[in-house]
Design a protein around this ligand. Structure first.
Ligand SMILES: [Zn+2]
Length: 207
């Protein structure tokens, strides 16, 4: 599998491009900004985007999704519990002092246990509320890979002081759903360095 991780925008959100070498079909996760860079990476790998997956509707993860959809025709998917955050996009933009991006309603909703598959890549959605109520992770068992959004970080966990955040719920989501994954599962968080489930199980001070 092709996996490009591109930190985008002022908050350096980790956008992931997952592509299959044979079918050239791709999934883009969290295209928060820098859409021209994402599109040129897609072109370099000759990938066709089939899904745009949003781990949660914070502005740094979702702001470029509409533009990427316009350029690729791919549908935008996120959990319905983050619709409230989408309606507050102007407030989110004011937190960062940036103009309000155009953000579209989802073309389809993501739910816990749902399969997201393109030809050659199959993942499942894990609903992990806490950072936001609609936060999800994308787990690709064949690659031992978890795209964790802002739920779990290397040595840390997502902040819960923004609207919809709940620290106890976040820890419970991580303990019950993410710590159930195998130790060798590589974790790509929404920001910063990669880690793995075994390391976080051992050293993460929040768990
Ligand atoms: Zn976030």
């Amino acid at each position: 599998m092709i996996h490009e991780i591109l930190p985008v925008g002022p908050l350096q959100c980790n956008c992931s491009i997952l592509g299959d070498e044979t079918s050239r079909e791709a999934i883009v996760v969290d295209p928060g900004d820098d859409i021209p860079k994402i599109v040129s990476l897609l072109q370099r790998h000759q990938l066709k985007v089939k899904y745009i997956v949003i781990t949660h509707a914070h502005i740094d993860h979702i702001a470029g999704a509409h533009k990427l959809k316009q350029l690729t025709g791919a549908p935008i998917l996120y959990n319905q519990n983050d619709l409230l955050l989408v309606k507050m996009m102007d407030i989110q933009a004011s937190w960062l002092g940036m103009p309000t991006p155009e953000v579209a309603p989802p073309d389809a909703l993501l739910t816990d246990g749902q399969t997201i598959a393109v030809d050659g890549i199959s993942g499942s959605i894990i609903h992990t509320p806490g950072h936001t109520q609609g936060s999800v992770c994308l787990y690709i068992p064949e690659e031992s890979l978890l795209l964790a959004g802002d739920t779990l970080f290397a040595g840390s966990v997502g902040r819960t002081d923004l609207p919809g955040g709940d620290h106890h719920q976040l820890i419970s989501s991580i303990q019950s759903k993410l710590m159930a994954l195998p130790d060798q599962t590589i974790v790509v968080p929404g920001h910063g360095a990669k880690t793995d489930i075994g390391t976080e199980r051992e050293v993460n001070p929040f768990l």
